[in-house]
Ligand binder design. Structure first.
Ligand code: FDA
Length: 301
């Protein structure tokens, strides 16, 4: 019932004017300008929190737009360097041409990874919907042959993911592990909450046993506790893991984890293309829409 209500809310939110959507979306986004993200990251860094900056945008269909997006990513790396920010860069493969041509996308991403390497920085390749999984892993593996400053994201809701972990551990992959936010068919994805969690814990355990680096990306207390238990049971070194969270989500949990002495990195998206990101979050994570809908009443008061 709740899911149905949430889905209706999502449909309604999609009809709202952009300004109203922005009112709700702004907590998830640093702003439209790079400087907005820089200011926010500086504030996070002051609290001992790391960041990963992301230029909003995805599913680009022309090479000209891809090159513009790549230029923006390079500018972010320059800005991180100039401002001495504690931040790396997250990129979306379809923003860099994955759906246009695999070699073209590889070359764009490689250029970004080369620049990051020059600066002693790191590039995280986000994972998009399942039509991108194989292509993204292919690009990552090619980059990994040459670079150690690039990592990938895996999604525990996909049934294939544990096998991917076993395979990618062989090349000492640096991961972000998340649940996954896209709507995927039941043939390939776990659908109920606990199965997604169980898969997450199974994948995380495999990563920790094989002593590869993992960014534990979740706001789910159950998974945070499971990760801390695994860390203790498997005696995982502090320098092999960090927690990662989205900007504007569960800051109380974030602060608690920081206070306990764990490394935390916040995903800081910015840019003019905030609308699609916001709508996508609502559409693909109806629980978020529920929370925004609750806020709508507060807003109306
Ligand atoms: P869950 O959705 O169960 O959330 C746990 C609790 O957190 C909720 O009950 C709620 O209280 C709160 N919460 C979660 N999201 C919220 C929101 N937006 N607003 C308010 N409260 C919220 N996915 C993907 O497919 N590819 C990717 O590359 C990435 N990258 C990524 C980076 C980072 C740093 C994070 C944290 C997440 C991603 N994700 C992602 C998204 C991820 O797959 C997942 O959809 C969300 O993190 C939500 O899953 P949780 O594990 O937080 O659990």
């Amino acid at each position: 019932m709740l899911m149905l209500i949430n889905k209706i809310i999502v449909s309604v939110v999609k009809l709202l004017p952009k300004s109203v959507v922005f009112f709700f979306a702004k907590r998830y986004i640093a702003g439209e300008r790079l400087q907005d993200a820089v200011n926010l990251v500086k504030e996070l860094n002051k609290k001992g929190i790391f960041a990963t900056m992301d230029v909003l945008g995805e599913s680009i269909t022309t090479k000209e737009e891809v090159i513009l997006a790549k230029t923006e990513c390079l500018a972010v790396l320059n800005t991180i360097k100039q401002n001495e920010l504690q931040s790396n860069l997250s990129i979306k493969p379809t923003q860099l041409g994955l759906n246009i041509d695999l070699d073209f996308a590889y070359n764009q991403i490689r250029e970004i990874v080369v620049k990051a390497k020059e600066y002693g920085n790191f590039v995280r390749i986000d994972m998009e919907d399942s039509s991108c999984t194989d292509k993204t892993i292919t690009v990552f593996k090619r980059l990994r042959e040459e670079f150690d400053n690039v990592g990938i994201v895996l999604q525990s809701y996909l049934k294939r993911t544990h096998a991917d972990v076993v395979d990618l551990n062989k090349i000492n992959t640096n991961y972000r592990l998340c649940k996954g936010i896209y709507i995927e068919p039941a043939e390939i994805a776990f659908k109920d909450r606990q199965s997604v969690r169980d898969s997450y814990v199974r994948c995380l355990e495999q990563m920790m046993k094989d002593k590869v680096y993992v960014g534990i990306a979740t706001h789910d207390d159950y998974l945070v506790n499971a990760a801390l238990k695994l860390k203790k049971d498997l005696d995982v070194a502090d320098n092999l893991m960090e927690f990662q969270m989205l900007l504007g989500v569960k800051e109380d949990l974030r602060d608690k984890i920081v206070k306990e002495g764990h490394k935390v990195r916040i995903y800081v998206p910015f840019g003019k293309d905030w609308y699609k990101y916001s709508i996508r979050r609502l559409k693909e994570n109806p629980n978020v829409a529920g929370q925004m809908f609750a806020n709508l009443f507060k807003f109306g008061k």
